[in-house]
Design a protein around this ligand. Structure first.
Ligand code: ADE
Length: 239
């Protein structure tokens, strides 16, 4: 997959392109991340990339022409049919399912805004989908774009090893994750649950599923609404 980022701050993206799971995916060629900076298309002496909003008010918007050209270059880089996403608090809220469907695209263009935002006509003309990463305001779309890059990349084939496959991620099954334990067996008077020391893989699987169900129903009951339960899940949740 090719992910072409449109941002005034491409350096920020080293956080995902040079570290951890996503950094390795880049090194292994599973994902390519390229950058397109509106500043590179500014022609005036000050390399202006912002402009005043009609109607007045505080704050500036992204200047149309430099942003449009940066998006055009990003489209080229991401390849034919690339999906153009604008990160903003007004967008559809990102979740695991959306990330999974984005992972099936061959190219993405992620537009990270700065200032008070982007001219609505540019969004209408250029953007396929507006996405939010949550109900709070960030100072720019870069962190949100990195969240998209991370969660999409880890779902690309071969990025996670078999043992930690994306199918094992919490949310892949619509549930929160179960609790995890490592050494020592006793920590500050608290013990690792016996079942995890039992070596009985079937019992361990059932215990983990029960924990995941219990946590989800306690902490995020909304996730269970409209989610079909298997007979085993219903039984474990009722136990
Ligand atoms: N840009 C600023 N805030 C944002 C948010 N919550 N989600 C996506 N992009 C944003």
């Amino acid at each position: 997959m090719h992910i072409a980022v449109v941002s005034l701050f491409p350096e920020m993206f080293s956080a995902v392109s040079e570290h951890g799971v996503t950094g390795r995916a880049v090194t292994q060629g599973k994902v390519a991340i390229s950058h397109s900076n509106p500043r590179d298309y500014a022609t005036d002496r000050h390399r202006t990339v912002d402009d005043r909003p009609y109607g007045g008010g505080p704050g500036m918007l992204m200047k149309i022409d430099t942003l449009r050209q940066a998006i055009a270059a990003a489209r080229q880089a991401a390849g034919q049919g690339a999906k153009v996403i604008y990160l903003s608090p007004q967008g559809r809220r990102l979740d695991h399912g959306i990330a999974a469907s984005l992972a099936r695209e061959t190219g993405l263009v992620l537009v990270a805004g700065r200032y008070e935002g982007v001219d609505e006509r540019l969004i209408e003309a250029e953007v396929d989908e507006e996405l939010s990463i949550g109900d709070y305001v960030l100072s720019g779309g870069e962190l949100a774009a990195m969240v998209v890059i991370d969660t999409v990349t880890r779902q690309l084939p071969g990025v996670l090893g078999h043992a930690q496959s994306a199918q094992e991620d919490s949310f892949a099954d619509g549930l929160l994750d179960c609790p995890h334990y490592t050494r020592p067996e006793e920590y500050q008077g608290r013990h690792v649950p016996d079942v995890l020391l039992s070596g009985n893989h079937e019992e361990i699987r059932r215990w983990r599923l029960k924990q995941a169900l219990g946590r989800t129903s306690e902490r995020r009951p909304d996730l269970l609404e409209g989610r079909a339960m298997t007979a085993e899940e219903t039984e474990l949740l009722a136990e």
